[in-house]
Ligand binder design. Structure first.
Ligand code: ATP
Ligand code: MG
Length: 445
């Protein structure tokens, strides 16, 4: 992409309405624009990162064997009356009527709709286990929408649902989701810690939330600092292997880590004092096992191996896809702007031309641009006729992890400069070396 042809409405001043850094930088970097309270338009740069995050979620779900699908945002209220949640959801649910006076709602989650699909088509235990998911817009009429995309009213969420014959199988689905989520967040450069949580309006006994530690987080959390040392890394996973998934689940959840709703002071005090931490966290996902709550209420039964009807065991699993942009920025920024982790960066490398119009500099930039593009990488080339200082400020604000600076003076010696956004370190090298280095960095991602 060439900056001269891009739509990047960068703001010079801090917007008054943004109280936390991720919201501020998303507005300043021209990623989003508020349409009305808690509802945002996604401008090209923001949309690009949203897509990257969505792609990672899809890829990791595919590895876990979960089937992508898509359900509508608008639903009739009938199924919700059947499950009993029409009342339970309260004012967070946006309700309205169509022209025939039928009661409708904008989906805040989709347990009812998917259970209805399941009961219509699955009649035998032989068609299970089954896990389907979608990434779809949700609406919750939050009392206090704030912090930009972190607590919106309209937000983009991955929601998945598993249907299993037995509790044991459903707990495997739970563990499988936990493992798959750990991988998902790590690929985004995030440490998201599974913490025992409260199940809220979804219902059920077993549930973990995934929290990213950040001062601006809305949740209060208590944990054994040993949990922050766990990393998933590139372990080889067989998602059908119950024992392996269970072992990983235990590894990541047995040490004390809880949100305030489930916090247990006595248990917490058993953790050695030096490792006892309390902090703030951002909830970026949650997994639930709720047994037969919905299948009982909605009569979702299948024929078991002995021919008798059995209510299916279910769980649901969510990732806050749009909230993740905010969470990643909260976890990775400095006073100049965003620092995107390589896994989600909107463009792989920025090219800054220090002297637009200089034949040699222009030529070198064009050559770099072409080489990256041919290699399947996406460069963002600042080809505007602007001061170098302004170009650097924009690049720092939008946070691409790598920048190549090209100027006539360096080119006289045959070099350009490769700069890391994170460390600020710059190294001079030939353009060919810079291309090779950047290709190398992204080779494993
Ligand atoms: P919260 O406690 O933050 O209100 P929740 O527990 O009600 O969230 P879930 O039903 O677990 O939310 O939804 C799954 C994920 O969707 C959450 O983990 C969160 O990342 C995201 N999410 C929920 N509400 C919002 C919102 N209003 N804006 C943006 N993302 C949200
Ligand atoms: Mg939740």
């Amino acid at each position: 992409m060439r900056m001269s042809r891009y739509f990047l409405p960068v703001l010079k001043e801090d917007p008054a309405e943004a109280s936390i850094v991720s919201h501020r930088y998303m507005l300043r970097a021209g990623m989003i624009k508020q349409a009305t309270a808690g509802i945002y338009s996604w401008l090209p740069l923001g949309f690009k990162v949203l897509r990257k995050i969505e792609d990672i979620v899809h890829e990791e779900q595919a590895k876990a064997g979960h089937l992508p699908m898509l359900m509508p945002t608008i639903q009739s209220t009938d199924l919700w009356k059947e499950s009993g949640r029409y009342e339970a959801f309260g004012e967070e649910m946006l309700r309205f009527k169509d022209r025939h006076d039928r009661e409708m709602l904008f989906t805040p989650t989709a347990e009812e709709l998917i259970t209805d699909i399941f009961r219509a088509h699955v009649t035998s235990y032989k068609d299970m286990p089954l896990t389907m998911y979608q990434i779809q817009w949700k609406f919750r009429d939050e009392r206090r929408p704030r912090f930009g995309v972190m607590r919106g009213r309209e937000f983009y969420m991955k929601d998945g649902y598993n249907f299993d014959l037995t509790k044991e199988d459903a707990l495997h689905a739970y563990n499988r989701h936990l493992v798959s989520y750990l991988r998902t967040y790590e690929r985004m450069g995030l440490q998201a810690i599974p913490m025992r949580a409260d199940s809220g309006a979804i219902g059920g006994d077993d549930t973990h939330e995934f929290l990213v530690l950040a001062e601006t987080g809305e949740s209060e959390v208590f944990y054994d600092s040993a949990v922050t040392e766990l990393t998933f890394g590139d372990r080889d996973i067989d998602f059908d292997d119950k024992a392996q998934c269970q072992a990983i689940m235990e590894e990541f959840t047995t040490k004390y880590a809880r949100t305030d709703e489930t916090h247990d002071e006595a248990l917490f005090n058993e953790v050695p004092e030096a490792r006892r931490k309390s902090a703030r966290g951002i909830e970026v996902g949650q997994i639930f096992y709720f047994g037969t709550k919905y299948s009982d209420a909605m009569n979702a039964k299948v024929q078991g191996p002995d021919g008798k009807p059995v209510a299916v065991h279910m769980g649901s699993h969510g990732i806050g896809v749009s909230r993740l942009l905010g969470a990643i920025i909260e976890a990775s920024h400095d006073d100049k702007g965003i620092i995107w982790p390589e896994g989600v960066t909107p463009y792989h490398v920025g090219i800054v031309n220090l002297k637009q119009g200089d034949e040699e500099a222009d030529g070198a930039c064009e050559a770099l641009y072409k080489e990256f593009t041919t290699a399947g990488l996406e460069p963002l080339y600042d080809d505007r006729n602007e001061r170098a200082g302004g170009k650097f400020a924009t690049m720092d604000l939008i946070g691409l992890p790598w920048r190549i600076t090209v100027g006539p003076r360096g080119l006289k010696n045959g070099v350009v400069e490769l700069t890391s956004r994170k460390t600020g370190d710059s190294v001079e090298m030939t353009p060919a070396e810079a291309v090779a280095r950047v290709k190398d960095i992204y080779a494993g991602l």
